[in-house]
Design a protein around this ligand. Structure first.
Ligand code: GUN
Length: 284
């Protein structure tokens, strides 16, 4: 039987650690504040944003909510970001993605003050990750590193294969595994011999966005399998990018869906908010 990597328990542990740090700052009269911006009312985004605000309340971070209509212009959104950038009482800014098509996502990400970019999407923070400097790291891949470390899984010297090259998950995941001294391969839709390459992995991260695509043929016996996907099947049941039933028996450790990677994203967002505050204090 594989080790089931318990994202629910590990994310709860991180939230408790964050809560304790927040309490120390609160005793000094500081109120850590996250501005959460949503444009339009995409139902999935509304659920994510709601959960982020709930987590803030739980750990003691103040959240400011900006719910803008679907037809908001790029100029209007950029004006709000400029205002939030200039506010001394706002420490973190999160603009929920995706944005409506009239708004250029890249422009919006670049407009956020890198020192308030708790999503870690700004090119300055991505660059810092690349060169090994201090900065914010994208929450989902940062959460995966925590899952591995807190489950006692060694990264150093191991073959790590990441399937997927998105800016939010695949690319920062590869950089983080490299920072932990893994030997890293990134695969994507144009990769030849995907199965053979994936089968080399001691640690396989699946972020393909296709339900149950990663079957036993992609996985070496004894591999650690991290499933970033979350999909709903015909019966309204949740499943990941990994075909759990066929892969779990041959893996050494695996993340379930739900209850694996999913809960880590928000826990790391809370962590990044406290870091945003700490960076600010440090610079005073
Ligand atoms: N949309 C999907 N995931 C994320 C995330 O981590 N942050 C933001 N801002 N939007 C997202």
């Amino acid at each position: 039987m594989p080790q089931i990597i318990d994202g629910k328990a590990i994310s709860a542990q991180i939230k408790e650690e964050v809560k304790a740090r927040v309490a120390v700052y609160r005793e000094r009269g500081a109120e850590i504040t996250l501005a959460v911006v949503q444009v339009g009312n995409d139902p999935a985004s509304s659920v994510y944003v709601g959960n982020k605000k709930k987590a803030c309340a739980y750990v003691g971070i103040r959240s400011l909510s900006y719910e803008l209509p679907e037809e908001t212009t790029e100029e209007e959104l950029l004006a709000l970001i400029a205002d939030l950038n200039s506010r001394e009482d706002v420490h973190g800014i999160l603009v929920q993605l995706p944005l409506p098509q009239q708004i250029d996502e890249h422009k919006v990400i670049c407009a956020i003050d890198p020192s308030k970019d708790v999503d870690g999407f700004h090119p300055q923070n991505v660059g810092a990750l690349c060169t090994g400097e201090e900065g914010f790291v994208s929450c989902t891949p940062a959460g995966i590193i925590q899952l591995l470390k807190r489950s006692g899984i060694v990264i150093e010297g191991r073959e790590c294969v990441v399937i997927g090259r998105s800016n939010i998950v695949g690319k920062p995941m590869a950089l983080l595994l490299l920072r932990e001294n893994g030997t890293v391969t990134i695969c994507h839709s144009k990769t030849k011999n995907l199965k053979e390459t994936a089968k080399r992995a001691d640690i396989l991260v699946a972020a393909v966005g296709k339900p149950r695509m990663i079957t036993a043929d992609y996985v070496k016996e004894g591999a650690v399998v991290i499933d970033v996907g979350i999909h709903r099947n015909k019966d309204n049941k949740l499943c990941g990018d990994v075909d759990y039933e066929s892969v779990a028996p041959l893996s050494a450790a695996i993340t379930p869906v739900p209850g694996g990677v999913g809960p880590m994203t928000i826990a790391m967002l809370m962590y990044n908010c406290v870091e945003a505050f700490r960076f600010r204090e440090q610079d005073r």
